[in-house]
Design a binder for this molecule. Structure first.
Ligand code: ADP
Length: 176
C-alpha cells in the first residue's frame, strides 16, 4: 500500500525537453525506438549515438508501452521511451493508448527510483492527436497512476511553444 506522505507536484515548463536536468525525460518515440523526427530526433541528437545503439537492443516498443534507457550525453540520467497512438479520429481507442503511455512511463520511472520526470506532449506532433484533449488525458492518467507510485514525483509537463503550455495549464486547472 502506498505511503500517504509521498507527494505529486505537476508543473508546466516551456522549452526544449533535452535541456532539463531531471532524473528522466520521456521520449515520444516510434515503435522501432531507432529515432525519428520531432522530440525523438532532438533527444537522439542530444544524447549522442550511444542512445541509438542501446535502443537497438531493446527490441522495439508497442503503442502504449514504455522502455528505459540511460540518458548518455543528456543532462537527464534516463530516457523513458514510449510510443503514442497515431490519431485516426478518436474511434480506435487512441485515448486509452495515450493514457497507457503516461501511466506506463510513470510506473517504469518510479520502479527505477526516479523522482523528477519531464513529459513532452506525446502524440501531439506528427501523430496528430488533438492537443487539448491529449493534455486532459495526460493529466488524468498521471494523477491516477501516481496512486500506484512508491516515490514522490515532480513532473514537468513540457510545451515546446506557448500554446501547448496554455493547454497544459488548462488541463491542470481541471484536474480531478
Ligand atoms: P509524436 O510523433 O508523438 O506526435 P512529435 O515529436 O512529433 O511526437 O511531437 C510531440 C510534441 O513534442 C509536439 O507538441 C512537439 O511540438 C513537441 N516537441 C518537439 N520537439 C521538442 C523538444 N525538443 N522539446 C519539447 N517538446 C518538443
Amino acid at each position: 500500500m502506498k505511503s500517504s506522505n509521498i507527494t505529486l507536484v505537476l508543473r508546466v515548463w516551456q522549452g526544449d525537453i533535452t535541456t532539463l536536468p531531471v532524473d528522466a525525460i520521456v521520449n515520444a518515440a516510434n515503435p522501432s525506438l531507432l529515432g525519428g523526427g520531432g522530440v525523438d530526433g532532438a533527444i537522439h541528437r542530444s544524447a549522442g549515438p550511444e542512445l541509438k545503439t542501446y535502443c537497438a537492443g531493446l527490441g522495439g516498443c508497442e503503442t502504449g508501452q514504455a522502455k528505459l534507457s540511460p540518458g548518455f550525453a543528456l543532462p537527464s540520467q534516463y530516457v523513458v521511451h514510449t510510443v503514442g497512438p497515431v490519431w485516426h479520429g478518436g474511434g480506435q481507442q487512441e485515448a486509452l493508448a495515450l493514457a497507457a503511455c503516461y501511466r506506463n512511463s510513470l510506473l517504469l520511472a518510479d520502479a527505477e527510483g526516479v523522482v523528477s520526470l519531464a513529459f513532452p506532449a506525446i502524440s501531439c506532433g506528427v501523430y496528430g492527436y488533438p492537443a487539448r484533449e491529449a493534455a486532459q488525458v495526460a493529466v488524468n492518467s498521471l494523477c491516477q497512476a501516481f496512486e500506484d507510485c512508491h516515490l514522490s514525483k515532480q513532473i514537468w509537463l513540457v510545451g515546446y511553444d506557448q500554446h501547448q503550455c496554455t493547454l497544459w495549464q488548462e488541463a491542470l486547472a481541471a484536474r480531478p
